[in-house]
Ligand binder design. Structure first.
Ligand SMILES: NC(=O)c1ccc[n+]([C@@H]2O[C@H](COP(=O)([O-])OP(=O)(O)OC[C@H]3O[C@@H](n4cnc5c(N)ncnc54)[C@H](O)[C@@H]3O)[C@@H](O)[C@H]2O)c1
Length: 450
C-alpha cells in the first residue's frame, strides 16, 4: 500500500475524506509504461505531426477514429489515449471538430488514459489567437472532468517542428511518467543544435548533479537519472551526510557534502566532478532541487527567515550557474540540461509563504530569462513546479490542512516524489533539446492557481 493509500485508509484520513465527500484515490499508472488500450489519433486540419511522431516512437496507432465526418466518430472498445492534432485551426467554428472528437473519448478513456492536444505555438490574427487560447481553456476543463487518473495536456508546437523534435514529449505524455501532470500546457520547438536520439536509457554514462538529494524528491530524481543510465553526483549538507552516502552508494554514484549557499559552491561541484570522473568530464544535467521552507505570515517574518529561504532556493543557483558555465574542468558541457524546482506556491502565492513564493517565483523568472541566454550552446533550462507531493517537507504541514492540500486537485491525491523526478528526467533527456524555458506544474491540476 502506498503512503497515500495508507493515509486514506487511516481513521483520521477517512473522517476528513468523508467530510469532504471525496472519492478513493485512483492508483495511477506510473513508469515507462504506455496505455494498455488503443492509441487513437485525430487530425483536425490536415497536420500529420501526431501520426509522424507516434510512428517514430513505434506506437501502434488505432485508426478507428478518422476525420470522416461520422457523428459521433467510431472508437475502439478500449481507448488508452486520444492524440488530437489541432494544428492549423484558425477559426472558432473549427473548434466544433474538437468537441466532436472529444465527446465520446470523455466517457470511454481507460483509467490513467491520456488526452494529448497539439496546437500551434504561433498564429496570426485575432480569431486565430482566440482559437489558440480556447484550446487552453478546453484542455484545463477536460483535465477537471476526466476521472480515474486520466489526464489531458496541451502542447504548443513551434512552426516547422518535426516528429523527432516532439518525440520525447509525446513519449513522456503517453507513458506513466507523466502520471501527475494534468491540465498543463507548454511549448516545444526546434533546437538550435542537433537533437539527441531517443533511447531506452537516454542518460547512459552522462553525469547528472542533483542538489538536496539525501532524501525526498532529490533522492528520487537521482534514482530516475541512475535508472536512465546516468552517473549521479548527489549533493547535500554535511548534516545529511549519512543519508546522502546511502543514496549515492545505492545508485552507484558519488556523494558531495556541500552547503549550496557556500560562496565557492560552484567551484566545489566542478572540482568534485573533475577529480572523480576526470579532467575531461563535463556535467550533462544540473538539477537545482535543494530547497527549504520557513513559513510564517509576512507580518511575522523576520530577516533571517526571509534571507535563508531566498539564499537556498534562489540565490545559490544564481551563483552556481555561471561558475559551472565558464568552461572549467568538471563544469557544464555543451548541450547540458539545467533544471530547477519551482513550486505552485510561487505561481499562485500561498498564505504564510511570502518568502518561499518569492524564491520559487524567482526561479520561474530565472529559468525563462536564462534559457534564451544559453540557447546557442544547446543548453536547455527548465523548471518543474510541484504541487502537493508526499515528502518529509509536506509531512510538517498540520494534518487537516495537509489532507485538504493533497485532495484539492483533479486527481484527488497527493503526488509521489517519482512524479517530479520523471518530469525532470524528461527535461534531462538529450532528445528534449527543443524544450527550454518551460515550467511544468506537477500538481495533478491543483485547484490553487490552476
Ligand atoms: N514536497 C512538496 O510538496 C514540494 C512542493 C513544491 C516544491 N517542492 C520543492 O522540491 C524540492 C525538494 O523538496 P522535498 O519535499 O524533497 O524537501 P526535503 O526537505 O525532503 O528535501 C530537501 C533536501 O535539500 C537539502 N538542503 C536544504 N538546504 C540545503 C543546502 N543549503 N545545501 C544543500 N542541500 C540542502 C536538505 O538537506 C534535504 O535533503 C525543494 O526545492 C522544494 O521546495 C516540494
Amino acid at each position: 500500500m502506498s503512503v497515500l493509500e495508507q493515509l486514506f485508509y487511516s481513521a483520521p484520513g477517512q473522517v476528513v475524506a468523508e467530510k469532504l465527500g471525496l472519492p478513493e484515490p485512483e492508483v495511477l499508472r506510473r513508469g515507462r509504461k504506455l496505455p494498455a488500450g488503443a492509441v487513437v489519433t485525430a487530425s483536425l486540419a490536415g497536420s500529420t505531426l501526431a501520426t509522424d511522431t507516434l510512428a517514430l516512437l513505434g506506437v501502434p496507432i488505432d485508426s478507428a477514429l478518422r476525420d470522416d465526418g461520422a457523428e459521433p466518430p467510431t472508437y475502439p472498445e478500449r481507448i488508452g489515449a486520444v492524440v488530437i492534432d489541432a494544428r492549423g485551426l484558425r477559426q472558432l467554428v473549427e473548434l466544433e471538430g474538437l468537441r466532436t472528437v472529444l465527446r465520446p473519448a470523455m466517457k470511454g478513456l481507460e483509467a490513467s488514459g491520456r488526452i494529448v492536444v497539439l496546437a500551434d505555438a504561433e498564429v496570426e490574427g485575432l480569431e486565430a489567437n482566440a482559437v489558440r487560447q480556447s484550446l487552453d481553456g478546453i484542455n484545463r476543463t477536460i483535465g477537471k472532468e476526466l476521472r480515474h487518473g486520466a489526464t489531458s495536456n496541451l502542447i504548443y508546437c513551434s512552426p516547422g517542428i518535426t516528429g523527432a523534435e516532439l518525440a520525447s514529449t509525446m513519449s513522456f505524455l503517453l507513458e506513466g511518467r507523466s502520471a501527475f501532470v494534468d491540465g498543463q500546457s507548454w511549448t516545444v520547438g526546434s533546437p538550435l543544435t542537433p537533437l539527441g536520439e531517443l533511447a531506452a536509457r537516454p542518460l547512459l554514462d552522462r553525469i547528472v548533479v542533483i542538489t538536496g538529494s539525501a532524501r525526498g524528491i532529490g533522492a528520487r530524481i537521482a534514482g530516475v537519472a541512475a535508472r536512465d543510465g546516468a552517473k549521479v553526483v548527489c549533493v547535500d549538507v554535511p548534516a545529511a551526510g549519512e543519508a546522502l552516502a546511502a543514496v549515492a552508494n545505492r545508485l552507484g554514484g558519488t556523494a558531495l557534502q556541500l552547503d549550496i549557499t557556500a560562496a565557492a559552491a560552484g567551484e566545489r561541484i566542478a572540482a568534485h566532478v573533475a577529480s572523480r570522473y576526470g579532467e575531461q568530464a563535463r556535467i550533462h544535467g544540473l538539477v537545482h532541487n535543494a530547497g527549504i521552507t520557513r513559513d510564517k505570515l509576512l507580518a511575522n517574518t523576520d530577516a533571517a527567515r526571509w534571507g535563508q529561504v531566498i539564499e537556498v532556493n534562489l540565490a545559490a543557483q544564481l551563483r552556481i550557474n555561471p561558475v559551472l558555465l565558464d568552461g572549467r574542468p568538471g563544469g557544464l558541457g555543451d548541450d547540458a540540461r539545467i533544471v530547477s524546482i519551482a513550486s505552485t506556491s510561487g505561481i499562485a502565492g500561498n498564505r504564510g509563504q511570502a518568502n518561499y513564493a518569492a524564491s520559487k517565483a524567482g526561479v520561474v523568472g530565472l529559468v525563462r530569462a536564462f534559457a534564451a541566454e544559453v540557447a546557442e550552446r544547446g543548453i536547455t533550462v527548465n523548471a518543474v513546479a510541484p504541487g502537493f507531493i508526499e515528502t518529509d517537507m509536506t509531512a510538517k504541514i498540520p494534518f487537516v490542512q495537509r489532507e485538504v492540500f493533497r485532495r484539492t486537485n483533479s486527481l484527488g491525491q497527493g503526488g509521489d516524489p517519482i512524479d517530479v523526478a520523471e518530469t525532470i528526467g524528461y527535461f534531462l533527456d538529450p532528445a528534449s533539446a527543443g524544450v527550454s524555458g518551460q515550467v511544468i506544474r506537477v500538481c495533478g491540476q491543483n485547484l490553487v492557481g490552476a
